[in-house]
Design a protein around this ligand. Structure first.
Ligand code: NDP
Length: 433
């Protein structure tokens, strides 16, 4: 594909409240992951005390005292976390995989990505399985015991990766994200300046999107089940449901690895602190919140509760996977005879938009499926604490905000055609709302 000259227009509109919002995100989100974990202990997870800690300047000062900060770091955990990252990079490099093309970039080029995430995940799961078979569950307790140290190292790594990609984005011939070239250091650093930072053919954004966070999430969940087993002598059904559902979600996302190539993170957003921290720390350490909660505070489910939870998971997954696969297949080859059943509209941009099946029901029906699944992941924790429900609340905010961002992007791309599309597919996330 011949490449056009790179044109990197200045970003004139801020998202996330601009530099102030960016500064707030980069300070409060790392603090929040600590508070959410430090605040949840076997005696309970008192939300009130968490909010008090957040709002009380004295408690915050105490939280940030030198002794406290030093206690968050742990050499053994740091070595383990860095070893884990090196293992994942080597797995990417050494495990054979198909090279797939991404969507067409602004400069007319299409990048190639190595698809071996599923194999890498299988290798990781084999290593964990063999460890348990040979040495029992005890080696996994390291993760529970060193949780905060591992998380601290992940935060440092996420900042270092963000600094690196920010600095290399100033090299010549870099294709910048349309939203990440404002000229404000704080904002561009947070939102991501370069669209596809790479070292040779190693795509940093693609790797970070699907490897450290997703694999870390599964490993931590299994470690939390090991902790529960260590304490109780068995694993509760609630824990089994949580780690099965979330494990399924993780394995599904690497199994359908090329689907990530048509998502907003890859096609539109630059790679900066937001995606680096989001995947390396937030996803890996916050998404296992329910499993960690159940390791500390086991909950027993009734059959009725199990049926409700299983139904929510099945419905949510059906919508989520059905819609994402449909769009991904359509974006890869709209003329595929298997997609003949889809109705679509043509646009002046050259891209077609599906207007039937899942994508005829709502403009982000895939978000609805994802959110329904989120309930199935939280409900096994019962109702003693609101803590594990942090995920459904935060995820609703994330998806509503993401929907607004995507609408904005599509309005710019499709102009009048987008209004025409919105008249045909009237609902945003929930059909009928
Ligand atoms: P989508 O997969 O919904 O992709 C949006 C893009 O799809 C649009 O920008 C547009 O791009 C294209 N599109 C929109 N409507 C149509 C249509 N009718 N026909 C064809 N193409 C269309 O967005 P996301 O990247 O936000 O989400 C992907 C998945 O990841 C979702 O299921 C979401 O729930 C999940 N997710 C999960 C998160 C988590 O933390 N668990 C976080 C974020 C997302 P174009 O036309 O330019 O191709």
């Amino acid at each position: 594909m011949p490449s056009k000259a790179i044109h990197n227009p200045k970003t004139t509109e801020y998202e996330f409240l601009g530099p102030i919002g960016a500064s707030l995100m980069m300070t409060t989100l790392p603090t929040l992951v600590y508070l959410l974990h430090l605040g949840c202990q076997p005696e309970g997870c008192p939300t009130v005390s968490l909010i008090e800690q957040l709002l009380n300047p004295q408690q915050l000062v105490q939280f940030f005292s030198a002794d406290n900060i030093v206690s968050l770091f742990d050499l053994q955990a740091s070595i383990a976390f860095l070893g884990y990252l090196i293992y994942l990079i080597l797995a990417w490099y050494l495990i054979p995989g198909r090279w797939v093309e991404g969507t067409q970039l602004r400069n007319g080029r299409k990048l190639k990505y190595k698809e071996n995430g599923f194999r890498s995940m299988l290798l990781t799961l084999c290593i964990i399985g063999c460890t348990i078979l040979i040495k029992g569950h005890e080696p996994l307790l390291f993760i529970f015991d060193h949780f905060i140290g591992l998380m601290s190292c992940s935060i440092i790594v996420s900042f270092l990766v963000a600094i690196y990609v920010y600095l290399i984005s100033f090299q010549e011939e870099k294709l910048l994200a349309l939203g990440g070239n404002s000229g404000n250091i704080i904002y561009d650093f947070m939102i991501g300046r370069e669209l596809n930072p790479r070292i040779g053919n190693f795509d940093i954004k693609y790797f970070v999107e699907l490897r450290p966070g997703i694999t870390g999430w599964i490993i931590i969940n299994i470690a939390m089940a090991a902790k529960q087993y260590h304490e109780l002598g068995y694993v509760t059904l609630g824990m089994i449901l949580v780690i099965t559902f979330q494990g399924w979600y993780c394995i599904d996302s690497v199994y359908n690895e090329p689907a990530v190539l048509t998502t907003m993170d890859i096609t539109t957003d630059g790679f900066g602190w937001m995606l680096s921290f989001g995947n390396i720390t937030w996803l890996a350490f916050l998404y296992p919140l329910q499993a960690r909660y159940l390791a500390l505070r086991p909950n027993h489910l009734s059959w009725m509760e199990i049926v409700i939870i299983l139904s929510l998971q099945a419905i949510g997954y059906g919508i989520f996977r059905g819609a994402n696969n449909e769009k991904n297949a359509f974006r890869n080859n709209a003329n595929d005879p298997k997609l003949k059943y889809l109705k679509y509209m043509t646009t002046e941009s050259g891209s077609k938009l599906i207007i039937s099946s899942w994508w005829g029901k709502a403009r982000h029906i895939n978000y609805l499926g994802d959110w329904i699944m989120a309930w199935a992941w939280c409900l096994p924790c019962g109702f003693d604490d609101i803590f594990p429900y942090f995920y459904v609340i935060y995820f609703a905010v994330l998806l509503v905000h993401r929907e607004l961002r995507d609408e904005e992007k599509c309005k710019k791309k499709y102009k009048k055609d987008w209004d025409r599309y919105c008249n045909i597919v009237r609902y945003k996330i929930i059909p009928g709302k």
